[in-house]
Ligand binder design. Structure first.
Ligand SMILES: Nc1nc2c(ncn2[C@@H]2O[C@H](COP(=O)(O)OP(=O)(O)OP(=O)(O)O)[C@@H](O)[C@H]2O)c(=O)[nH]1
Length: 679
């Protein structure tokens, strides 16, 4: 009977001209019809017929709705478009505001489980931070007009400010979000000046006004004191409860200008983001400055000159929604079979082959600040790691990549990152998104060295070289001058913590430049720091001594003369260059002792004793001894089941896989980073 009914159901569908669908999606139709089939005992064939007709007429109306929405996207006039980013200090509520905007405009159903939906990467969910800017197109009705709002949720952490910078090239305005409880923080200042320098309209928005400690008036006054923002222009919202968000939507429409574009001019599509799709290759996210682009168009890259045929275009909702064309002023994606990561160049402009354009806008590429070696656990995993790095750098173009080799770790790469968090996130994404496991060496900055007069070793006399790998540090006798990268840092703190923060800055060789009051409780400090003093642990240290209240941001400030030495590590007499670091001469003894102490903690005891020594120019300055010990994991087992013993030994073997054999010593793969983390 069941068979008969099923057959009838499918025949009915076939009779309604859905043969193709039936044949193609047999399983899914059975699933979709399961509710009908579940009631089959009491259902007549004619009821099934009626239900199936309703089902398909519903599907047809869905299709119609999708087609009319596609048309809406294709025909939206530029005057009805608003392109903006949400920028703010870490945790001031950007992603939560994006959630509310999606809900209030009906792009996403209101549901308490909708939390930071634009933070789609696993690493973002794990860490609760945004690391990747995410664009989304939403419709909003205001009066009798429907507007297309293209919003970009950006990261807040200083290491990802490059994402903010790129996103701003697709915008005419920004929402500068400030937590009404915490007030203006270091990244608020940095983000304000970034948007200001790009001549964007800035909508100041105070968030979290639902919190009982919120002080919207005080924070509005801070904005006035620092940025000359009129307090009456400041909007007050709670991204969590939605309070004030409808008024914010009206302000976006009223105060942010529509993009200035001419759709009759030749196409100029600025690439500001990209990602890699396993089946479709590189997909680029573009802002159309002028012109139009359609599926089937022949386009060229201004950067590489390579030609492509457009396979698909569309908008991000935030999933990909295909359209037939994109027009000037719009933000959307283009898939055109770009095969390699180098082809999808951020800041590149795509134009129509038939209408070449010149003088294209260029986005300055991000400048990596921190460098580290990345090596496979064993050389057989080299191809996997290479592919993973290639794909990930497409999604994270701020990472620079160069081939590298190390005597102990083999063939690998030297990667440049914007900061330590960026490096950790990249490593986590390699593992989570590409299942590629790597050893990452201690991060270092790029030093500038001038080599003495005549030709020395491989180097030319008088030559200036840049060294980011301590293993390549030349002999001190041939160095004439050395300088290190410095940064101008901004710290904002309640005045109670000023004393402790000053001593931390002095300890890190900071030189004070400026101090000013933001209001009667908060102070803004500016310091120049050597970059290598703040890449590891400075931010955490600052947070710890200020109970989380101080915030920190920095920008590149060039190079400054210095006096540095290479601190090398010997394990049982063998130099392990991968563990060496460059330190200021005033800190050599302290750092040498700290490094040896750390290594004793990190390296597991082994069958033999290990001498750990720190040396500078061949002179030993610190030593620790790691005693011999064999961990017998089965020691606690008295007789019993042999499978239990094998299981323990297997677990021990798995643990060993995470180690690297260097100078005959098993070293855990995270040693290289752990040693730099100060106690
Ligand atoms: N009470 C209250 N909490 C809020 C509000 N907006 C955001 N939050 C909370 O603040 C925390 C940070 O919010 P996010 O939206 O992740 O902040 P973000 O600025 O996107 O963070 P990053 O992207 O990491 O810089 C979360 O715990 C939110 O629930 C608000 O209006 N009121």
């Amino acid at each position: 009977m069941m068979r008969l009914l099923q057959t009838k159901v499918f025949r009915i569908i076939v009779d309604h001209g859905c043969r193709c669908k039936l044949e193609n999606t047999h399983k899914s139709i059975v699933k979709e019809y399961s509710s009908i089939l579940n009631h089959r005992k009491n259902t007549t064939v004619s009821t099934l017929y009626r239900r199936s007709c309703r089902f398909y007429s519903l599907e047809a109306s869905d299709k119609q709705a999708a087609a009319s929405e596609r048309e809406k996207f294709e025909n939206v006039p530029a005057e009805l478009i608003r392109n903006f980013s949400i920028i703010a200090h870490v945790d001031h509520g950007k992603s939560t505001l994006a959630d509310r905007l999606l809900e209030i405009t009906g792009t996403m159903k209101a549901d308490p489980s909708n939390k930071q939906v634009l933070d789609r990467l696993q690493v973002e969910k794990d860490r609760g931070i945004t690391v990747k800017a995410q664009s989304v197109s939403i419709w909003h009705k205001s009066g009798d007009k429907e507007y297309l709002l293209n919003l970009i949720d950006t990261p807040g952490h200083v290491d990802f400010s490059n994402e903010v910078f790129r996103s701003l090239s697709a915008c005419q305005g920004v929402l500068l979000l400030v937590d009404a409880n915490q007030g203006v923080q270091a990244q608020t200042v940095a983000n304000f000046y970034l948007a200001f320098s790009k001549d964007l309209v800035i909508l100041p928005v105070l968030n979290k006004i639902d919190l009982k400690n919120a002080e919207p008036e005080v924070v509005a006054n801070q904005l006035q004191a620092l940025f000359d923002i009129d307090p009456s222009d400041v909007l007050k919202i709670s991204a969590k409860t939605g309070q004030g968000v409808p008024a914010l939507l009206e302000a976006i429409i009223g105060r942010i200008p529509a993009p200035q574009t001419d759709r009759d001019l030749p196409l100029r599509a600025l690439i500001y983001d990209s990602w890699f799709d396993r089946y479709k290759g590189a997909i680029v996210v573009v802002y159309l400055q002028t012109g139009q682009i359609r599926v089937g168009d022949h386009i060229c890259s201004a950067h590489t000159g390579i030609e492509y045929t457009v396979k698909s275009v569309g908008v991000l909702r935030p999933h990909q929604q295909p359209t037939n064309k994109l027009s000037g002023g719009q933000v959307g994606y283009i898939q055109c079979n770009m095969r390699t990561t180098q082809e999808a160049h951020i800041g590149d402009t795509l134009y129509l082959k038939s209408q070449p354009v010149t003088d294209v806008e260029q986005l300055t590429p991000a400048k990596p600040m921190v460098f580290a070696g990345v090596f496979p656990l064993d050389q057989s995993q080299n191809p996997v790691l290479r592919t993973a790095i290639e794909k990930l750098t497409l999604n994270d173009p701020a990472v620079s990549v160069k081939q590298d080799t190390s005597p102990a770790l083999g063939q690998g790469w030297r990667l440049g990152f914007l900061g330590l968090l960026h490096m950790e996130v990249f490593n986590q994404r390699l593992e989570q998104e590409h299942n590629a496991h790597a050893i990452i060496t201690a991060p270092s900055v790029t030093y500038k060295l001038k080599i003495k007069g005549k030709k020395n070793q491989e180097l030319m006399g008088g030559e200036t070289i840049y060294i980011s790998n301590p293993a390549h540090w030349p002999h001190p006798q041939i160095i004439e001058e050395m300088s290190e990268p410095i940064v101008l840092a901004t710290i904002i703190t309640p005045d109670d913590y000023l004393g402790k923060i000053m001593s931390l800055c002095n300890e890190r060789r900071g030189i004070q430049q400026n101090i000013s009051n933001i209001d009667n409780k908060r102070i803004m400090l500016q310091f120049v720091f050597p970059l290598n003093e703040i890449i590891v642990n400075f931010h955490d240290g600052l947070k710890a001594i200020s109970s989380g209240f101080a915030s920190f941001d920095y920008e590149d400030a060039g190079y400054s003369p210095t006096n540095l030495v290479k601190l090398s590590i010997l394990l049982n007499g063998s130099a392990v260059d991968e563990l060496s670091i460059i330190v200021h001469h005033s800190k050599v003894d302290f750092e040498g002792r700290a490094l040896c102490r750390k290594l004793v903690e990190i390296i597991p005891r082994q069958m033999f004793q290990i001498a750990i020594q720190a040396t500078v120019n061949g002179k030993i300055i610190a030593r620790e001894t790691l005693k011999a010990y064999r961990k017998d994991v089965t020691a606690k087992l008295y007789g019993g089941d042999v499978t239990r013993r094998t299981k323990l030994l297997k677990q021990q073997a798995e643990g060993k896989k995470k180690m690297k054999m260097i100078a005959n010593i098993q070293i855990p793969r995270d040693t290289f980073i752990e040693i730099l983390k100060k106690e």
